[in-house]
Design a protein around this ligand. Structure first.
Ligand code: NZQ
Ligand code: ZN
Length: 387
């Protein structure tokens, strides 16, 4: 167990009928709110009206910044910052999935500085006193509701960069599983894949040889993601399954699983962010296409670790470590296909003649993230293992 500091300041209101609290929770931080949301899903139900009603009841003046696209882009962040500055908003309220919450965090960071917000993403500036943010989560996936990270794409350079800063934790996030009933099957599955990937990144990159507490927590989160996703795909309004999936996704990336693991990396995300930047693939779909290849590449380097995963998550008992490891990867691929998420790059129609460009793009992320042990040749080899 390595030394660690675990401090997660985000207050979570979880469960049915928690949405009406958003007004009072947001009014704690100011009287004028920038309301950030996506391209329309919150208006397909009565969620938009309920949010407006709650914010107005709390006597907040509302400035709206709609139109956040999935895989959010820097140009739209700039528009949100300009709006927040023009109207002197004191707090930002995000209603949506990870894309909306991430764009809101970037707006919070950029609204209190004169320089381009992108400088935070390239490590040239660090965040000091961003605007406070509250959120209502509408899709279980990214964990953005309870972490300090965000990912934005600079369109002109096709760079999808992410960073985290302790000042950017949402103050309060509201997680009402009924709000996710309307999430379609594909994004339900992509969200479960994303949550699983957040666990796998830590599980397979920690260098600590003995982490039994974290291992069983992580293995349980992977099993829960798969089991609750299977149930939701059978019945999209299964409250318990939606609740389990939602809380699992939050726990998968709120810092708890990584506490005590020492240094961990996010290599699968590093490569996936290039896929989303180049081809605008849904984040979870890009991950499920990359994960098996990444695991196949690394299993021979740590067979016991991959065998433990196979035993504890898929109950694979026969064979030596390497045989168990590859059967575990096969089972994970089979589950990806079961939930209609791609398990190879060819299913995503990623052109093999662009692997060098994808690898070069991923290396720009590796540089900003100071990730060791990767070069374009290794990334191309992993892409080739993922075809
Ligand atoms: O445009 P809207 O109306 O929001 O529609 C969205 C979007 O089309 C829709 N949707 C969301 N909630 C819904 C709904 N549709 C029906 N009913 C609902 N209740 O679903 C689509 C996808 O939404 P999006 O927010 O893009 O999905 P997700 O939550 O998976 O977020 C993906 C983004 O999160 C980033 C990814 O890079 C990607 O940009 N991540 C953020 C992380 C973080 N902050 O820590 C870590 C993650 O690894 C990830 O990188
Ligand atoms: Zn992710």
């Amino acid at each position: 167990m390595q030394n660690f500091v675990f401090h997660n300041p985000t207050k979570i209101l979880f469960g049915k009928n928690t949405v009406p609290a958003i007004g009072n929770e947001t009014a704690l931080f100011g009287k004028k709110v920038l309301l950030v949301y996506g391209t329309g899903s919150i208006k397909q139900t009565d969620l938009y009206e309920r949010i407006i009603e709650s914010l107005q009841k709390a006597e907040l003046t509302i400035i709206e910044h709609p139109g956040v696209q999935s895989n959010p882009v820097l140009s739209h962040v700039h528009q949100g910052i300009a709006l927040a500055k023009k109207h002197n908003c004191q707090v930002v309220c995000a209603v949506g999935g990870g894309s909306v919450l991430d764009e809101a965090k970037a707006i919070c960071a950029g609204s209190t500085v004169e320089h381009d917000v992108w400088k935070f993403f390239t490590g040239k500036k660090s965040v000091r006193n961003p605007l406070p943010m509250t959120s209502v989560l509408t899709l279980a996936a990214s964990g953005s509701e309870m972490n300090s990270g965000m990912v934005i794409t600079k369109e002109e350079t096709k760079q999808k960069f992410g960073f985290a800063n302790r000042h950017l934790h949402p103050k309060t996030s509201i997680l009402d599983p009924t709000v996710t009933f309307s999430v379609p099957a594909d994004y339900t599955a992509f969200g479960a894949v994303d949550a699983i990937s957040h666990v796998l990144e830590c599980y397979f990159t920690t260098e600590d040889p003995s982490t039994p507490v974290q291992d069983r927590l992580m293995e349980g989160l992977v099993i829960n993601s798969m089991e609750s996703c299977n149930k939701v795909l059978k019945n999209p309004e299964d409250y318990d399954a939606r609740a389990n999936l939602m809380w699992t996704a939050t726990l998968a990336l709120n810092g708890l699983t990584a506490a005590g693991l020492g240094k961990v990396g996010f290599p699968m995300h590093m490569i996936e962010h290039s896929l989303s930047a180049f081809y605008n693939v849904p984040h979870g779909a890009g991950l499920s296409a990359i994960i098996p290849g990444w695991m196949r590449f690394h299993a021979p380097l740590a067979p016991a670790r991959f065998a433990q995963f196979a035993e504890r998550v898929f109950d694979i008992r026969e064979g030596n470590d390497l045989e168990k490891a590859s059967r575990g990867i096969e089972q994970l691929c089979a589950w990806f296909h079961k939930v209609q998420s791609p398990a190879t790059l060819s299913e995503l129609k990623i052109p093999t003649n662009e692997f060098d460009a994808i690898a070069a793009n991923s290396m720009t992320i590796a540089k900003v993230w100071r990730m060791q042990g990767y070069d374009t040749a290794k990334i191309v080899a992993i892409l080739e293992d993922s075809v």
